[in-house]
Design a protein around this ligand. Sequence first.
Ligand SMILES: [Fe+2]
Length: 186
Amino acid sequence: MSSSSEIAAEVTAVLRSLRGIWDEPAVDELDHAMQAGWHAQADGAPDGLVLAAVLHDVGRSPLVPGSEPHDRIAREWLTPRFGARVGWLAGAHVAAKRFLAATESGYAAGLSETSVDSLAHQGGAGGVDGSWTAHPWWPDAIRLRRYDDAAKVVGAPGMDIAEAAILAARIAGRSEIEPRPGGMSW
Ligand SMILES: [Fe+2]
């Protein structure tokens, strides 16, 4: 297991590697990540959800190996470092989009153009089964998705990389004693 300073350094490097990587036209992947974390904090999200929000698109980093889709890469990279819950939540962000597009009136119309395009490649609206929606962590996956969708605004405030790295180190130190799915503490 990596030490907390190694985890902090790794997360810092991975976040910095997202500078200049563009998925959306408005913000690069670093600004997108830090804005998503900011929205999670503003919403009073628990630490693990804040970290999952910051790192949900880590699969787009050139420093993170894996093969598409990027939600699965995120889950595979995050789980051994920060525990099953952080990994699962980040890995659910495409499923949450597909679910909301199918079930919430006006949701799809509010998506960015890029996100509408990618939705088509991701299987379209709906098709999200109970293995996602009946999962005890699903409500937090929906929360994360809303932070993701909101984090695409030029010049909007974002979390600091240093703060995210400290949070990551703290959660990595704790993940060994993480409760089972459905556990209340987080
Ligand atoms: Fe995203």
